[in-house]
Write a protein that binds this ligand. Structure first.
Ligand SMILES: C[S@@+](CC[C@H](N)C(=O)[O-])C[C@H]1O[C@@H](n2cnc3c(N)ncnc32)[C@H](O)[C@@H]1O
Length: 330
């Protein structure tokens, strides 16, 4: 494969490379889980590299290119194991006046079904409408639009996590002998269940794990900490139309915990600044990632050095914070 740069340790291997080449170089059926955000159907352009999936002529061209990625993931994934795709409905333009959408999650589902995956779950990650308005300045989310002509009003779209299982029998069960141990989210764990954490007795009595499981098994993930993301601002290159928006670590931590065992391999084809490698490594898995853009790769290298030192409590303030002054959102 044509690798421009790479860093390998016994806990992760990250490549400045095209993910399709990177997966071609891997053996079949060995990856235990993959998790990623693809470029959203060409909505934002990360670079002018012709191998960049965001650099496509239109939505259909994106899917023709993306098909190679989904085929590659299918080949390298162990039978019976999962791939989790973070996505959203794609607005017709990125001018902030989005008036209609394409069913991007639905098109992703149909592509996976065509290529040998079973569609097994869809989770919605809730977004607070005013925070979305302040971050994106979408006109259809302004209260003023409601006042003037509510036919122009829109929705603060959720993010979706669509999950697929490769057909075939899983040879290695993903076990949780004492249930789930950590909760990744804003909601406070009820005090009366804390004493069951790590319960080694009958698991029907493990009220701590049962409480976490109920949050994770819900189709609505409504307490993801939006600011809990890896540092990304320094990775911005001078030609950036929009800087990369890292996936929240709470989302990745949940996926990695639910669908991989400690010591297993988790892959991301679209690494960005490294979130989907950082989380697995912090949770005792091995991470593999590819990123095409040099400035993002360099930031991923730095972020992974933090992981090797034991990690940090990230909570970078994003511009999606609610401001004191609501006028901006009106
Ligand atoms: C939505 S971003 C992913 C951000 C990532 N989830 C994070 O938390 O940092 C998509 C990324 O895919 C990268 N990309 C696009 N085409 C690629 C390809 N063929 N191989 C590797 N990376 C690619 C882009 O440069 C961009 O960083």
């Amino acid at each position: 494969m044509a690798v421009m740069d790479q860093v390998s340790t016994d806990r992760y291997a990250i490549y400045h490379a095209d993910c399709i080449d990177m997966m071609d170089a891997l053996p079949p059926d060995k990856v235990h889980l993959s998790v990623y955000s693809p470029p959203f159907g060409g909505l934002y352009h990360y670079s002018s590299n012709e191998r960049d999936l965001s650099n496509c002529d239109d939505y259909d061209a994106f899917f023709r290119h993306y098909e190679f990625v989904v085929r590659g993931l299918h080949r390298v994934t162990m039978p019976g194991r999962m791939t989790a795709v973070h996505c959203m409905d794609v607005p017709s333009g990125n001018s902030g006046k989005a008036e209609h959408y394409r069913d991007f999650p639905g098109d992703i589902i149909r592509l996976h079904e065509k290529l040998g995956w079973h569609y097994v779950a869809r989770y919605a990650v809730w977004k607070e409408p005013l925070a979305v308005r302040l971050r994106t300045m979408q006109k259809n989310l302004a209260h003023q639009s409601l006042v003037e002509d509510s036919s122009r009003c829109g929705v603060a779209s959720a993010d979706y996590l669509v999950v697929f299982r490769k057909k075939g029998e899983n040879p290695v069960p993903i076990t949780h002998p004492v249930g789930l141990m950590e909760y990744c989210g804003e909601r406070e764990i009820p005090r009366d269940v804390l004493k069951f954490r790590g319960w080694t007795g009958k698991q029907t009595q493990n009220r701590y794990s049962h409480w976490i499981w109920r949050q994770y098994a819900s189709a609505f993930w409504d307490d993801v900490r939006m600011q809990r993301v890896l540092p990304f601002r320094e990775a911005r290159a001078s030609d950036d139309e929009k800087h990369v928006h890292p996936l929240q670590l709470d989302v990745i931590d949940r996926i990695v915990t639910l669908w991989s065992n400690v010591g297993e391999t988790v892959l991301t084809p679209f690494m960005g600044v490294g979130s989907e490698v950082y989380s697995p490594v912090m949770l005792g898995r091995k991470g593999i990632g590819a990123e095409l853009k040099a400035s993002y790769f360099r930031q991923a290298v730095k972020n992974m050095e933090v992981a090797l030192q034991g990690g940090r409590d990230f909570g970078e303030t994003l511009p999606m914070d609610l401001g004191d002054d609501m006028d901006g959102a009106a």
